[in-house]
Design a protein around this ligand. Structure first.
Ligand SMILES: Nc1ncnc2c1ncn2[C@@H]1O[C@H](COP(=O)(O)OP(=O)(O)OP(=O)(O)O)[C@@H](O)[C@H]1O
Ligand SMILES: [Mg+2]
Length: 445
């Protein structure tokens, strides 16, 4: 596997630096001289479906999709104008567009409903196979926690997908994009749990369907949020039908994202339904800590979140330091502890030791019902029981409510204190020694 885990700087990586895709059959730099052949796809038709009829989800016999012409999507997005860009991923750019609610024909901005239009970048390395997979899987899946694919366009050089619009964007943007607080809000403990439960329900639906579906690309950027912060899974480009008969896994080439892919899958290409559970555990950890699964800008030894967090999750005394300091201690410690234990089970090295997604949903529901104790509730913002120290978040830029010791500035001040202490201690004079002790005590607070 030329571009597997372990070499995050590999030139073969797709899109963001940590995405791993095996591209042996891929489509790097594809330009289509003629429309790719997708046997039955062009015969798909779209019928408006009332979502509320299927609260537990449904798998349709065949994709229910509207076929758009390129001109229609050009119209809907006002010629793919730059200020309609919602984001960009490995497939290409995603634009905001407007269509009529019942016919899905393009309409003027402000009229009808908003849709998200994903346009394949001809230079994209993620290509036709994933595009087809998305159409075949997502076009047939209906569930409140899966993003709805409404249609597609397949014309000469152009491949596009049209989705329901998710007003709050991706979970990744909220957890990790800093400095744009007006766009990306800080999440409370309750909201983080709501998102985790929604995403877990989406995975449960896939895993418990007649032919088990393995999602294979569970990560914060693929969890989209609607206007009420309901979580929905997007991007089924890597989804795969699970093992049949007595088999426990399917063997496939390794594709996915560094930091989220399960160890057994990365090592052997054996993909289990429980490989998705590992990815879920990583996202649960990200939700608790607001630390990325993989971040080479963290101090050495902390690049891989799972590796460095695993021992802390078992330590009651250290756990509070790992939790996102922006929560300002506003969470029940018992809930955080149970969430940590659940995370540990999800990221177990052996797939069989991981819980099913159904168990995960139940456990999360229970955690959500746990409220803060009066003692925790009374704790002042930064002095509370749950926010004693946030040592693993040091180096962050200070923001409202961030304890000083977590900030870069705070770290520098602490260093100066320590140097002063050493100098005082060195001379060992009574007064300077006691002054040094005072300074050191202050620095430790
Ligand atoms: N249905 C949607 N509604 C609103 N915004 C969307 C929608 N789909 C995608 N976006 C926005 O576009 C961005 C890019 O999405 P995309 O799925 O193409 O890439 P990604 O998930 O970030 O990366 P990758 O290619 O590795 O999956 C998302 O982060 C999100 O902000
Ligand atoms: Mg995505």
């Amino acid at each position: 596997m030329g571009n597997c885990v372990g070499t995050p700087d590999s030139p073969n990586l797709v899109h963001k630096e940590y995405t791993i895709k095996d591209l042996r059959n891929g489509s790097m730099g594809i330009t289509y001289k003629q429309a790719p052949q997708i046997n039955t796809t062009s015969t798909y038709s779209y019928k408006r479906i009332d979502f509320d009829e299927y609260p537990d989800g449904k798998i349709l016999e065949e994709p229910n999709l509207r076929v758009f012409s390129f001109a229609e999507l050009k119209n809907a997005t006002v010629n793919f104008k730059p200020d309609a860009i919602l984001g960009e991923g490995g497939f290409g750019r995603v634009y905001k567009g407007w269509v009529d609610e019942s016919t899905l024909s393009p309409s003027k901005a402000g009229v009808g409903i908003v849709v998200a239009v994903k346009k394949l970048n001809p230079e994209s390395m993620q290509g036709l196979d994933e595009w087809k997979n998305e159409v075949d899987f997502l076009g047939r899946l209906l569930h409140p926690n899966l993003v709805r694919l409404l249609g597609y366009c397949l014309e000469a050089n152009e491949l596009l997908l049209v989705y329901e619009f998710m007003a709050k964007g991706s979970l990744e943007n909220h957890l990790f994009k800093r400095g744009s607080s007006s766009t990306y809000q800080q999440f409370s403990w309750e909201r983080r749990l709501k998102i985790a439960i929604g995403a877990a329900r989406g995975l449960t639906f896939l895993h418990t369907s007649e032919k088990q579906i393995i999602y294979r690309d569970f990560k914060a950027s693929n969890i989209l949020l609607d206007s009420d912060f309901n979580a929905k899974l997007s991007d089924f480009g890597l989804a795969k039908v699970g093992p049949t008969g007595e088999k426990s896994h399917v063997t496939t080439r390794v594709m996915g994202t560094f930091g989220y892919a399960a160890p057994e899958y990365v090592a052997t290409g054996h993909l289990y339904v429980k490989s998705d559970v590992y990815g879920f555990g990583v996202v649960l950890l990200e939700l608790m800590t607001s630390l990325r699964a993989l971040d080479t800008s963290r101090p050495s030894g902390q690049h891989n979140l799972v590796d460095f967090a695993r021992p802390i999750l078992t330590d009651r005394r250290k756990l509070a330091r790992l939790i996102d300091p922006r929560l300002e201690g506003q969470y029940p410690f018992k809930g955080a502890w149970l969430a940590a234990q659940l995370t540990l089970r999800c990221i177990a090295n052996e797939p069989r030791n991981r819980p099913s997604m159904l168990e995960v949903v139940e456990a999360l529901e229970e955690i959500k019902s746990i409220k803060m104790t009066p003692k925790e509730d009374d704790s002042p913002q930064n002095g509370g029981q749950n926010s004693k120290s946030n040592g693993f978040h040091r180096g962050r830029v200070c923001g409202p409510g961030t304890p000083l010791r977590d900030c870069l500035y705070g770290q520098i001040v602490r260093k100066i204190y320590k140097i002063l202490f050493v100098v005082c201690f060195y001379y060992m004079e009574y007064y300077s020694f006691s002054l040094g002790v005072c300074i050191y005590m202050h620095a430790c607070l």
